[in-house]
Ligand binder design. Structure first.
Ligand code: 4AD
Length: 403
């Protein structure tokens, strides 16, 4: 049996039958305080002898590399592409197992919370006739001879369910973006958590849900995923987030940035660097890594965003930030069909391709708003990771379609 056991390759799957005992003395190098006195050993599935990499090597932290370097020890570095090319093996590292458990626990807590608040879970089509967010960043395809594309968001159909009489809906589903962003936080396919709801008076009602939902999720993760978070920290050390919610307007945020010497294009979008800087300023001033920026200029928001009633240069919209990076965007939506058509045309949308969406508003629709959140980005920032690909099982980016 000993010679059979030593012939087994690393990562093979084995079944062991034996007696568990607690040794008087740990064998040198042993990490467990129990032993199995093996009676029977079966090999269920044998791994090839030349694995692309060892799990131990793929699990090393930067600190371990540094220590090894200082002591002249040789550690094998496994690069991100090698890991992702062999994701079936890479997923076995303890940190990866923990990351995807955190993602699963978090999304299920979110689902539970939304169901308890009377939201109905919906499933909207992912092959649609026209782009849902505007812009050219869509994956085009041929739908039985008709031009179609993969949905950039469930935006149009989630709004159409509100037109259809639902007052609160949510969806967890794939979102496709053909943008050529090769960054640490963009994917071509990610999982979106979207909600859409009737509002009585103000889009702040949507912000209230954002705050309540994410404080619940973060509390739940801290209480129920302690082990997983510790395992992630062993490979990728991070400080836990502070998440006392804070709201600021876009103008207040821009003022803080200007006072800190950061130049912002008037009424323009915040660059990644400006977002990071604002995150640091808010964290220092209000002791939180979780804040909402409201009342963005209308010109930098999608066509369906409701302008502010007292100043149409601005809009009833918001973005949510975690550790200085955007994780959610939301707004009140235009419910008036004439205004919607006008805004779509102004934004260069081909109105013909979304005419059935436009028509849904002709039957009268209540005031409504919602948001879209990117799950991989949230997990990445919650766990202080440096790359969104770590939070996608099989990431899709402009250069990666496999595995
Ligand atoms: O800001 P976005 O594009 O907003 C929407 O999709 C709107 N329909 C939402 C709404 O209800 N008004 O995307 C929402 C979120 C972002 O804040 C970000 O977390 C994530 O989706 N996201 C991405 N995540 C990974 N890769 C990308 N390329 C992403 N683009 C957006």
């Amino acid at each position: 049996m000993v010679s059979f056991a030593t012939s087994l390759t690393k990562e093979s799957i084995v079944d062991v039958e034996g007696v568990i005992s607690v040794p008087d003395k740990l064998i040198t190098g042993a990490t467990q305080h129990v032993e199995i006195q093996v009676r029977k050993l079966y090999c269920i599935s044998r791994a090839v002898p030349n694995l692309p990499f060892n799990i131990e090597d793929a699990s090393q932290s930067k600190t371990e590399f540094k220590k090894a370097e200082e002591s002249g020890e040789q550690l094998v570095r496994v690069g991100q592409d090698t890991k992702l090319n062999n994701r079936g093996l890479d997923l076995r590292t303890p940190a990866n197992q923990a990351i995807f458990r955190v993602k699963s626990v978090g999304v299920n807590k979110g689902r539970q919370f939304l169901l308890s608040k009377n939201f109905v879970e919906i499933f909207t089509p992912k092959v649609i006739a026209g782009s849902s967010e505007g812009g050219a960043e869509v994956f085009k395809l041929d739908y039985k001879g008709k031009p179609a594309c993969l949905a950039q968001s469930p935006q149009l159909h989630k709004q159409m369910t509100i037109c259809g009489g639902f007052d609160r809906v949510f969806e967890v589903g794939p979102v496709f973006r053909a943008e050529n962003s090769y960054t640490h936080r963009h994917l071509c396919e990610f999982v979106g958590l979207d909600i859409e709801m009737e509002i009585k008076e103000h889009y702040y009602e949507v912000c209230d849900i954002v705050e309540e939902l994410f404080v619940e999720i973060f509390n739940h993760l801290n209480d129920n995923c302690c082990k997983e978070l510790e395992v992630i920290k062993l490979q990728y050390p991070f400080q836990p987030i502070k998440y006392l919610p804070k709201r600021l307007t876009y103008d207040e945020g821009v003022r803080m940035l200007k006072e800190a010497g950061v130049e912002i294009e008037p009424m323009g979008d915040l660059s990644t660097e400006a977002e990071k800087k604002l995150g640091k300023l808010v964290s220092d001033k209000y002791n939180t890594d979780f804040f909402i920026l409201t009342k963005f200029p209308l010109g930098i928001r999608p066509f369906y965003t409701m302008p502010c009633h007292d100043n149409s240069e601005y809009s009833n919209s918001f973005d949510v930030f975690l550790r200085g990076e955007e994780i959610i965007s939301g707004s009140q939506r235009i419910h008036d069909p004439e205004m919607l058509t006008k805004r779509a045309e102004q934004c260069g949308i081909d109105v013909e391709t979304i005419s059935t969406y436009m028509d849904s508003f002709r039957n009268a629709t209540r005031l409504h708003g919602g948001f879209g959140a990117g799950l991989e980005r949230i997990v990445m920032l919650f766990c202080g990771l440096n790359n969104i690909r770590k939070c996608s099982l099989f990431p899709r980016d402009p250069q990666r379609l496999n595995p």
